[in-house]
Design a protein around this ligand. Sequence first.
Ligand code: DGY
Length: 318
Amino acid sequence: MSKPLIAVTRRLPPACEQRLANHYEARPGRDEGSFSREQLLAHGAGADGLIVTPAEVCDAGLINALPRSIKLISTVSVGYEHIDLDAARQRGLRVTNTPDVLTDATADIALLLLLGASRRATEGDRILREGRWPGLRPTFLLGNQITGKRLGILGMGRIGAAFARRAQACGMQVLYHNRKPAADSAGATYCGSLEYLLAQSDVLSLHAPLTPETKNILNAARLALLPQGAIVINTARGGLVDDDALIAALKSGQVGSAGLDVFAGEPQLHPGYLTLPNVMLLPHLGSATLETRTAMGMLAIDNVDAVIGGREPPHPVA
Ligand code: DGY
């Protein structure tokens, strides 16, 4: 009997590709370029399941055009804003994600950006590479101490809590805003009002999902509520931030520095960031460790195994 066909859009870590090859007829992914709708449909032709990433937009038009043979879309990510869940439900397609396993890696990247932005790491690196270091001077490239400062977390989920614990270990006080108090807040103080949280945040870190309600939530009016010179960290989704407003705030000094791992319209980013010295930029590396990406790929395959085997998947979102 022939094996089910699973189409994968992108290359996965070796152990995941090996597992797929052992159990399925696997149509491998490619890492160059983006997939047009036609290319995605052609890639999924005749498949029983599709494994995608946030780089592939699965909107209603695509979902409605997918071959009837496809039973699920398994995304190798915790975020699923790239998939139209209503359209999937209407088609009777299951959609699954890969939560939990990327919590520590993403919280680590938030800490890297916090330290990099507060201690001017990218400026220092550039000065060395360009041969512009004058030598040790007591007033050279002074940054901000994070010890004793207040960290505001917008979106206290698993990653927010893991970052809160890391920040507390660095001596920071942590506050957070969610629609309601979190089950695990890492001992951080709940702020029912986002505006109050912003006014208290020497550092603001974004950990909310991107939804119609959170799109551009960090806009000019809210940036103006931050203490002068605050630091902004984003490891969640670029769409949470109004880029023009953040760039203006970085130029005026209202925001002292920023650390950004995610961007609206990836892999493009607002060109205004590229010329600012006070921003540390990373290319969406939050979950990019071999261990974490392997665990994410394995979870995505667990979801495939369950749906193809007629069972409830471990991580359904639709
Ligand atoms: C996710 O899982 O949503 C991440 O952004 C991908 O690293």
